[in-house]
Design a protein around this ligand. Structure first.
Ligand SMILES: Cc1ncc(C[n+]2csc(CCO)c2C)c(N)n1
Length: 229
């Protein structure tokens, strides 16, 4: 079994919990509330900005143009394509995507971003790949599962979202192939760290759905627009 297949197996309980999460079930059933969709889009917009910054840090640790090219493609993908699923949520909520940008992080998004940034600053390139991998991997499996189960037609409110992620096989495959090569060459300690980062990112993927579903905010709510960066 490859290193990334082992990671997937270790995280299976978390993947199953994500598939059963009420927000993910809400995408399947088309019954999410407007505030839940808006909270998700606001938080995910900031999450994706942070994700691109982590790619920037990863690029600074690359040793070949091939590796730089892989991260560069992913940044372009986020900038140009990842807006489609957000537009789908905004259209259903009846809001414009432009108005969803620049909000302060809620606890769940804050926790996930800080975890990735910490690994990006302190870890090796392989560790960064491990911390980033659950993002494309969990979404790909959610998309594939909903596609099989729901078989959405264009009349389904989240038809575009499901189609978009169900067909994003490439990122997970490319990242996994690269990570497997690095995992073979590295030490047991490094593989342990990679596993820890991967599993924590999977848990934080679950918590991100939870944050959106519960419209999670800080204990004492503040005017988020005022405190956003
Ligand atoms: C919390 C959260 N996790 C995963 C994704 C999905 N996603 C984000 S970037 C990317 C491509 C990686 O280069 C994918 C698949 C998301 N939108 N929000």
């Amino acid at each position: 079994m490859s290193f990334t297949q082992e990671l997937r197996q270790k995280a299976d309980g978390i993947f199953q919990a994500i598939f059963e999460h009420p927000f993910v079930r809400g995408i399947a059933n088309g019954d999410l509330r407007k505030e839940q969709l808006i909270h998700y889009v606001k938080q995910d917009h900031e999450y994706l900005t942070a994700y691109m910054r982590i790619y920037g840090i990863a690029i600074s640790k690359c040793s070949s143009r091939d590796e730089i090219e892989m991260f560069n493609q992913q940044i372009s993908f986020i900038l140009n394509s990842e807006i489609h699923p957000h537009n789908n949520f905004c259209a259903v909520a009846g809001v414009s995507y432009d108005e969803m940008q620049g909000y302060a992080l809620a606890p769940g998004a804050h926790h996930y971003i800080r975890h990735m940034l910490n690994v990006a600053h302190e870890g090796s390139l392989a560790e960064i790949m491990a911390v980033l991998l659950p993002c494309p991997w969990t979404y790909l499996e959610i998309g594939e599962k909903l596609m099989r189960e729901v078989q959405p037609t264009e009349a389904h409110p989240f038809y575009e979202w499901i189609h978009f992620y169900a067909t994003r096989t490439n990122t997970t495959a490319k990242f996994s192939e690269r990570l497997d090569k690095w995992a073979e060459m590295t030490t047991e300690l490094e593989r342990k760290k990679m596993t820890e980062h991967y599993l924590l990112s999977c848990q934080l993927e679950y918590m991100f759905w939870d944050m959106a579903y519960n419209v999670q905010d800080w204990p004492v709510s503040m005017n988020t627009a005022e405190y956003a960066l």
